[in-house]
Design a protein around this ligand. Structure first.
Ligand SMILES: Cc1cc2nc3c(=O)[nH]c(=O)nc-3n(C[C@H](O)[C@H](O)[C@H](O)COP(=O)(O)O)c2cc1C
Length: 174
């Protein structure tokens, strides 16, 4: 891929919160998780677990607790952290910091790859952990950290403005 194409992918991905009714093939969801698994992780801990949800009833139950997502999406992936594995592989720093960083990188892989496949996605952190834990039958050591809703876009939102570089880029000193 040329560098301009790469930048176009980065700038073209939008948070999509409305989807067409078209279902997502499991093969696509699987490929998104493959993309996630190629993210870097601190100490190569790979303490991530992914729960892909395509059952309409479960999607409706979860979406009821996702403010911002008005209707159930065709699918979602819940990115979870296996805290036992994270601590064993990367210690306290892993459990407190690295694990969530790793999942953030995995999330970006999913969203960018979804965009390349013509899918829309939105990261959602505004959920009730207990509701998600119960609905997905997560074991105690596994915590839900982020949900990514997925589907074929039914909207094309304008890009929210980014802060000017002068506000965020510093050279050598702050
Ligand atoms: C960690 C994280 C949590 C987010 N949580 C929510 C959320 O709970 N609900 C929601 O509607 N959007 C959520 N978003 C999406 C942001 O609102 C969105 O990325 C931001 O407005 C920029 O828009 P863009 O993704 O189209 O560039 C979240 C994004 C990130 C990275």
């Amino acid at each position: 891929m040329e560098e301009k194409q790469m930048m176009a992918v980065l700038q073209g991905r939008r948070s999509i919160r409305r989807f067409s009714a078209q279902p997502l093939a499991r093969e696509l969801l699987t490929q998104l998780v493959v993309a996630a698994c190629w993210a870097p992780s601190g100490s190569n801990a790979q303490a991530w677990q992914y729960v892909a949800v395509d059952d309409p009833e479960k999607l409706a139950r979860l979406t009821a607790f996702l403010p911002g997502v008005q209707a159930p999406p065709p699918a979602l992936i819940c990115l979870c952290l296996d805290r036992e594995r994270e601590t064993a592989r990367a210690g306290q720093l892993g459990e407190e910091v690295l694990g969530v960083m790793d999942l953030s990188m995995a999330a970006q892989n999913i969203m960018l790859y979804a965009h390349c496949l013509g899918l829309g996605s939105c990261a959602v952190r505004g959920f009730h952990p207990t509701v998600v834990r119960t609905a997905l039958a997560l074991p105690p050591q596994v915590t839900p950290e982020l949900i990514i809703v997925l589907g074929y876009p039914a909207q094309q939102p304008k890009a929210p403005a980014r802060r000017p570089l002068e506000e965020v880029l510093h050279w050598n000193v702050y």
